[in-house]
Design a protein around this ligand. Structure first.
Ligand code: FMN
Length: 198
């Protein structure tokens, strides 16, 4: 069993989502001591925004790759293979300016790949990456009830994960992080209590 931990918070020691991804990983590895843990820190080791070369490497058949694209292919494919090899994926997803950090979007651009994690069948999209468990640690400064039109973070993740076949991601939320230390600590404690139930 492989657990993949993805962090994307750029707030270092102050990060709430990192406290939660750590707690989730601790919980999962206690349940599954035999599991292999793979960690990808998108803040300290960021993936570049996709460009013409990486887009071609990710999304065109290998026999169409010129020399430059072929040189970029192994590193791009490695991000996808790491995801595909994982049974459980833990994603640290803070809300930055109403959406996910661009570092996390760059990772999504590598794993939402036509012909590999989704396809079109009978005129509609079909996800091909189901069968793995995804747990999202969502941290936000304010509070966003379901359906709040300002939320382009959890809604985006739910959409893209569903698009690639992961219909049942679990979201562990810590909200109102900007409301002062007391509220922040309570939000973290509540999220940790939820993690203990996973
Ligand atoms: C660059 C930046 C942008 C932010 N934008 C928002 C926002 O749009 N809405 C919100 O509720 N909180 C916002 N916040 C607050 C964060 O969501 C909150 O601090 C959360 O804990 C971030 O996760 P982290 O602690 O893992 O970095 C922002 C924080 C940062 C650093």
């Amino acid at each position: 069993m492989q657990i993949l931990r993805i962090d994307s918070a750029t707030t270092g020691e102050a990060s709430v989502s990192r406290v939660l991804t750590q707690a989730i990983v601790d919980h999962l590895t206690a349940q599954h001591p035999e599991a292999t843990l793979v960690e990808r820190d998108l803040a300290t080791d960021p993936l570049a925004h996709i460009d013409p070369v990486t887009t071609a490497a990710i999304r065109t058949p290998q026999d169409m790759h010129d020399e430059t694209v072929a040189a970029a292919f192994p590193a791009e494919r490695a991000v996808l293979d790491e995801f595909l090899a994982s049974d459980v994926v833990v994603i640290g997803a803070p809300m930055y300016n109403f959406t996910i950090p661009s570092q996390l979007k760059a990772w999504i651009d590598r794993i939402a790949v036509p012909g590999v994690t989704f396809t079109y069948k009978d005129g509609g999209p079909q996800g091909l990456a189901g069968g793995r468990r995804v747990i999202v640690a969502s941290s936000r400064g304010g509070a966003y009830e379901d359906g709040n039109p300002a939320d382009h973070q959890e809604t985006l993740l739910r959409l893209v994960l569903g698009f690639i076949g992961i219909d049942d991601p679990v979201f562990i939320r810590a909200e109102k992080i900007g409301f002062g230390p007391k509220v922040r600590d309570q939000a973290i404690a509540d999220a940790k209590a939820e993690i203990a139930q996973l």
